[in-house]
Design a protein around this ligand. Structure first.
Ligand code: PLP
Length: 394
C-alpha cells in the first residue's frame, strides 16, 4: 500500500528537472558549449566572496562542536536578530527575532506555512503563472488548489477573477513577486488592490485570508523596479524567503518564515507553522549556515551579470518578434510560443539543443520559460537558433 498522490508526484517528475536532465545527457554527447540550456534556475552569479570568507572565519574562531550542533527549531537567535535588523533597516517593518523561523530554504518554509494554515476543506489560490511545485506543496497538506489568471498581457493579478474564486474555504492566496516564471514584479498598486480585496473578503467570511508571499527573488530586480515588502501593504501576510537565489546558495538550504506580529492570530499561526514543520521532520536549519547569515544578512547580490543577460535576451528576442511581458525581476523571461503551441515549440527547440520549459506546468499553456542565469556567451550563441525558430514557426 502506498499513497496514490505521492506516487503520482514521484512518477510525474518536475518538468524543469526532466528537461535539464535531458540537457545534461546531451552535453555529454555534443559538448557543453553546444547545448543552450535555459531550463533550471540555478544561480550563475558567484556567491559573494564575503560569504566564503565568513565560513573560513567561523571555522577558525568557533569551536567545531558549536558550529555543528543542533540549534533551536526556530533557529539561532543571533541569526534571527541579524535578519530582523536587516529587514527593519530596509523596510521599517517592525520585525522581531521571535517572528522568524529559519528553515532549510523556501520550499520547506512554504510547506510549513501551508500546513499551518490548512484546515479541513481549505482552498489555496495560485495566480498563474506560478512555480510548478506549488501544486504538490498545497495538495500535500490536504488543501485544494484553485488557479486564477493569467492576467494578460501584463501578468499582474486578475482581480475580478480572483474575487470570484475566493470562497469561505479560502485560507490563503500564494503570491510570488518577482515572479517565477514570468519575471514580472507586481506593482505596489496591484498589491494594494489585492490587500483591499482580501480585507473585504475576510470581513465577508469572518476569517482572515492570508497572503503567503514567496519571496526568494526579492532582491533580484532591475532597471529601477522595486519589489514591495508585502506585509507593509497587507498585515495578514506570511513571508517565505530563501538565500538560494539572492546569495547563490541553492544547495546549502537556508531560508525563513516571517509571521508579522501585526498579522491576525500571529502567535497562534506561528505556533501552527512551527508544528507543521515539526510534523514534516524539521529539526533545525543547517547550523553553519545560520552562523554565516548571522554575519552576512546585510549582503546584497551583484546583479550586473544577470542584468546584462536580461537586456541582451529581452532586446534581441523582442527585435525578432517574440512577445513577452517586460522582465523586471528574478532571472526569467516568459515568451509567448510562436505558433501558439508551447510543447511543439519546445520540442523543435530541443532538436536544436535549445532547452526551454513549456508553460503548461506553470499554469500557463502557450508560453515558455527562458531562464537567463547562464553564461553571456550561451545567450549570444543561442540567438541565431531563436531567430531560425521564429522564422520557421509552425
Ligand atoms: N519558490 C520559488 C518561486 C522558486 O523559484 C523556488 C526555486 O526555484 C523555490 C520557491 C524554492 O526555493 P529553495 O531553493 O529556497 O527551496
Amino acid at each position: 500500500m502506498y499513497d496514490q498522490k505521492a506516487y503520482e508526484w514521484g512518477m510525474n517528475k518536475c518538468i524543469i528537472r526532466e528537461i535539464a536532465e535531458y540537457g545534461n545527457a546531451q552535453k555529454a554527447i555534443v559538448g557543453e558549449e553546444n547545448v543552450y540550456d535555459f531550463t533550471i534556475g540555478n544561480p550563475s552569479m558567484p556567491t559573494p566572496a564575503e560569504v566564503d570568507q565568513t565560513i573560513r572565519d567561523i571555522l577558525s574562531d568557533t569551536p567545531s562542536l558549536a558550529i555543528h550542533s543542533y540549534t533551536s527549531a526556530a533557529g539561532d537567535y543571533s541569526a534571527r536578530k541579524a535578519i530582523a535588523e536587516d529587514l527593519n533597516h530596509r523596510f521599517s517593518a517592525g520585525v522581531r527575532p521571535e517572528d522568524l523561523m529559519l528553515t532549510c530554504g523556501a520550499a520547506p518554509a512554504l510547506t510549513a506555512i501551508l500546513g499551518g494554515l490548512a484546515v479541513e476543506n481549505s482552498e489555496v489560490i495560485l495566480i498563474a503563472p506560478f512555480f510548478t511545485e506549488y501544486v504538490p506543496y498545497v495538495e500535500g497538506v490536504g488543501a485544494r488548489v484553485k488557479i486564477v489568471g493569467p492576467d494578460l498581457p501584463d501578468f499582474q493579478i486578475p482581480m475580478a477573477q480572483l474575487e470570484e474564486a475566493i470562497t469561505e474555504r479560502t485560507v490563503a492566496v500564494l503570491v510570488n513577486s518577482p515572479n517565477n516564471p514570468s519575471g514580472v514584479v507586481y506593482t505596489k498598486e496591484t498589491l494594494e488592490k489585492l490587500a483591499a480585496l482580501l480585507t473585504e473578503k475576510g470581513k465577508q467570511f469572518g476569517h482572515p485570508i492570508y497572503i503567503v508571499a514567496d519571496e526568494p527573488y526579492r532582491e533580484l530586480v532591475y532597471g529601477g523596479a522595486e519589489a514591495t515588502f508585502i506585509p507593509n501593504v497587507y498585515p495578514n501576510t506570511i513571508v517565505c524567503y530563501s538565500y538560494s537565489k539572492s546569495l547563490s546558495l541553492p544547495g546549502e538550504r537556508l531560508g525563513y518564515v516571517y509571521v508579522p506580529s501585526q498579522a491576525a492570530d500571529s502567535r497562534e499561526i506561528y505556533a501552527a507553522i512551527s508544528g507543521a514543520a515539526r510534523a514534516k521532520g524539521h529539526i533545525c536549519a543547517p547550523s553553519l549556515w545560520q552562523r554565516v547569515i548571522s554575519r552576512c544578512a546585510h549582503l546584497r547580490p551583484d546583479l550586473e551579470s544577470y542584468d546584462k543577460n536580461r537586456s541582451l535576451l529581452y532586446e534581441s528576442l523582442k527585435a525578432m518578434g517574440y512577445e513577452m511581458p517586460k522582465p523586471e525581476g528574478a532571472f526569467y523571461l516568459f515568451i509567448k510560443a510562436p505558433g501558439g503551441d508551447a510543447l511543439a515549440f519546445a520540442q523543435r527547440a530541443m532538436e536544436e539543443n535549445l532547452l526551454l520549459v513549456p508553460g503548461d506546468d506553470f499554469g500557463c499553456p502557450g508560453y515558455l520559460r527562458v531562464c537567463y542565469c547562464v553564461k553571456y556567451e550561451t545567450i549570444e550563441r543561442s540567438l541565431p537558433i531563436f531567430k531560425q525558430l521564429i522564422e520557421n514557426r509552425a
